[in-house]
Ligand binder design. Sequence first.
Ligand code: SF4
Length: 328
Amino acid sequence: MLVYIENKIKNNSQVLSFIDKFKNIDVVYVDNYKNIFDKKMPVWNKEKTIIFAELKWNCLTQAPEDYGHERFSYFLKNSLNCIFDCRYCFLKWAFVNDFQVYFVNYDDMKEEISLSLENYKKLWLKQRKLRFYSSDYSDNLWMNGFSNFVQEFVPFFEILDGAMMEIRTKSVNIQPLLDLWFIPQNTEIAFSLNPQELIEKYEKWVASLDDRIQAVNILLEKWFKVWLRFLPLLPVENYQQIYWEFIDYIKQKIPMDKISSTFASGLLYTKADYINILKKDPYFDIMYLLEENEDGFVREKKEIRDWFYNQFRQLDKKCMVCLDSESG
Ligand code: SF4
């Protein structure tokens, strides 16, 4: 494995623990990770090349209002790029190359999170939680072996009164969670699920549906807060039959009364992102079923979205929908 490390963080504890853990690596020290990350590199060594760097800008970006549970929330960015390869993913065109970047100045990030929470409490109702969506540009659970994200951030959020973190994942790397010495109250694990035949077609290298269901059930048995995210819902040919069978399967396999909450969303792009994905993948059939909505997003037709939402409300009548009106 080839590892680029910025000089200024060569003594960072996370970097040192990584070097200690992975003996068989080649390390190259660089002044600025962008000297590597902003260059086009061959894709053959994507899984074998990683970068450790300092995040020099904010780790938090405000989510659109009413994005999920709460009116106000933040996306938390601590790493870039994902080992998985979902065909619809915006990461396909977000960066010049595919190397995974791990930002490890965790103390700075924690300070920013604490500050945003303090400001929120001054301005808004104290009884409403401020939500932080992690895995914004990556899959934090999968990457945990390199980042120790769970060990660093789950205990940290536990001491933040009024905050809730979500860790989104399509992996089943739940051991770091099970190894914690407590059951977190301020962290939810959010598993993204789709029918197995669509996983095989559009979500390369992610964990299978059955493996994710098994991980969900293990965490539920241990009283973790688990969230199910049904997204992105894909309007493939015969999608109604495929999703009916999927919902039935979920009902049989997961005790829904133990799930903290559910969330459904179709494909959703800004116009610029939509143009970019079509440039990168002009034969991606599903993209041609999307259209520009009144709200400026490019997404499925309203009747298709409504059909999806109605089905998922039969699974969970409180199922939230992403940046969309309720269809009853
Ligand atoms: S798992 Fe998420 S972040 Fe990773 S490629 Fe798929 S959609 Fe993108």
